[in-house]
Ligand binder design. Structure first.
Ligand code: GRE
Ligand code: ZN
Length: 260
């Protein structure tokens, strides 16, 4: 295996060859069996407190695109639910598939969603960096949100949304004034379990908080969000509306969607 990916020769089934943790005790993703979930009335609600000025840049990592935040201080944090103290926002990214039938990481009662948003936070009260936090069982907290397609006529998720221009692996661009809480559903009910990163190195350091309510993507919503979108994205020195950019990723020939 030269490098990990999602093809047969380097995909999740063989990740254990390079990353033995793939056979670990608390690996993600999982299938949430809703009937087996236990309601814990002692858990407080999830509290999201994001500062739109803390967003810094958007980058193509080759496997996904990542929107990164200034995590040098507690500007944007999440609290509550299963978390002790606050966890600082570091980045968000998406996982999606080649069609609308599957692509999310987690399943719910065996059901696939077409995509999943991961908003990644780290425990800056206990650890001094993201890297250190990622080595510890309570280091990271990832808020996972499922995406579904709402249109009566299904429009391919990958064709309706914010799409990043032909842009190379490793490239990045500035990204300003964006509050990712606009990507959250109204209902903040969640499932939680201790798990791992879903990509190599698969570290078992993630407290997963999966929102039960998916967010819906439709062409109408994309149109509305285009009108209210305040972020800016600068590529090669030129201002380009992020809604008409493309980002081809190594592991996927199709352009990426984003519907901010
Ligand atoms: C993931 O599960 O995809 C993930 C990352 C980066 C940090 C944390 C995390 O890609 O859970
Ligand atoms: Zn992820």
């Amino acid at each position: 295996m030269d490098n990990w990916g999602y093809a047969d020769h380097n995909g999740p089934k063989v990740w254990h060859e390079l990353f033995p943790l793939a056979n670990g005790e608390r690996q993600s993703p999982i299938d949430i069996v809703t009937k087996a979930a236990i309601y814990d009335p002692s858990l407080p609600p999830i509290n999201v407190d994001y500062d739109p000025s803390s967003v810094k840049l958007i980058m193509n990592s080759g496997h996904t695109f990542t929107v990164e935040f200034d995590d040098g201080e507690d500007k944007s944090v999440i609290r509550g639910g299963p978390l002790h103290g606050s966890y600082r926002l570091q980045q968000f990214h998406f996982h999606w598939g080649p069609c609308d039938d599957y692509g999310a990481e987690h399943k719910v009662d065996g059901r696939d969603y077409p995509a999943e948003l991961h908003i990644v936070h780290w425990n800056a009260e206990k650890f001094s960096s993201f890297v250190e936090a990622a080595q510890n069982p309570d280091g990271l907290a990832v808020l996972g949100i499922f995406l579904k397609v709402r249109n009566l006529i299904r429009i391919h998720l990958l064709s309706i949304c914010l799409i990043f221009l032909l842009y190379q692996d490793g490239k990045q661009s500035s990204f300003t004034n964006f509050d990712p809480s606009c990507l959250l559903p109204d209902c903040k009910e969640f499932w939680t379990y201790p798990g791992s990163l879903t990509i190599p190195p698969l570290l078992e350091s993630v407290i997963w908080i999966l929102l039960k309510e998916p967010i819906a993507v439709s062409s109408r919503q994309v149109w509305t969000s285009m009108q209210t979108f305040h972020s800016s994205c600068v590529l090669r020195g030129k201002f380009i509306n992020p809604l008409c950019l493309f980002l081809p990723l190594k592991s996927c020939n199709t352009p990426v969607l984003l519907f901010l």
